[in-house]
Design a protein around this ligand. Structure first.
Ligand code: ADP
Ligand code: MG
Length: 213
């Protein structure tokens, strides 16, 4: 079932609409149509939809729209369960930010040497995409400052909990300001995730899409 919801129904810039057209994103997927109005309105959301349903652009368009371009500080943090997923998310965000000047998106994952990551952090970034272990390491060393984060995304939250990252995620979330927007994305939403994430979210709106598109 196609949603037939145009991106132009959203309060996105003309430049972003043109960028989406150039990426051949012709209309919103169901999860995008249901979550983006809330995300752009800075609401906390719990969004559940299958793999491949377009969750990255749902939070990505929200992060980029709500970013303060005049503030060069880490304003958004996306936590992903694996390096591969973090790389994919960063790549998608860079595509979605193609029309924006100088938006710096940095990935922080294990398997890459610490030194260059610390160097990149010293140069600054607007958005960090990372895995729990490495984010935790940077926080422990004092090389990552999350005090200006206003948007937090927990991507593939079900997998992060299954992979045993819960304690690290809690520690990272604690370093973010309390006054922020938190978005949890997951393919499944079990009672376990509900309980574990309850403390992270403020009056979240739950969105669930059953069908593929
Ligand atoms: P999920 O995170 O839900 O598993 P992704 O965000 O990785 O899904 O998106 C899956 C694929 O769909 C990606 O290749 C992405 O570029 C594409 N996609 C996302 N939204 C749209 C859209 N509105 N129109 C066309 N393609 C889209
Ligand atoms: Mg995804």
């Amino acid at each position: 079932m196609k949603s037939k919801a145009p991106f132009s129904a959203l309060p996105l810039s003309a430049a972003q609409l043109a960028n989406l057209a150039s990426l051949d994103y012709q209309e919103m997927t169901d999860i995008q149509a249901k979550s983006l109005p809330l995300i752009l309105d800075r609401k906390d959301v719990i969004a559940q939809a299958k793999t491949g349903s377009g969750k990255t652009a749902a939070f990505g368009l929200g992060l980029l729209h709500n970013l303060n371009p005049t503030l060069f500080a880490i304003q958004a943090l996306v936590i992903c369960p694996t390096r591969e997923l973090a790389d994919q998310v960063a790549k998608s965000l860079r595509q979605l930010a193609r029309h924006m000047d100088n938006i710096k998106i940095l990935t922080l994952c294990g398997g890459s040497p610490m030194g260059p990551q610390i160097g990149s952090l010293e140069h600054g970034a607007h958005i960090i995409v990372g895995t729990p272990g490495r984010l935790h390491d940077h926080l422990a060393r004092g090389t990552l400052d999350l005090r200006r984060v206003s948007m937090l995304v927990l991507d593939e939250a079900d997998r992060m909990i299954d992979m045993g990252f819960y304690d690290e995620v809690v520690n990272i979330v604690r370093q973010c300001p309390k006054h922020r927007q938190t978005m949890l994305f997951s393919a499944t939403y079990t009672e376990d995730i509900r309980k574990q994430s309850a403390g992270f979210l403020r009056q979240p709106v739950e969105i669930k899409v059953e069908s593929f598109h």
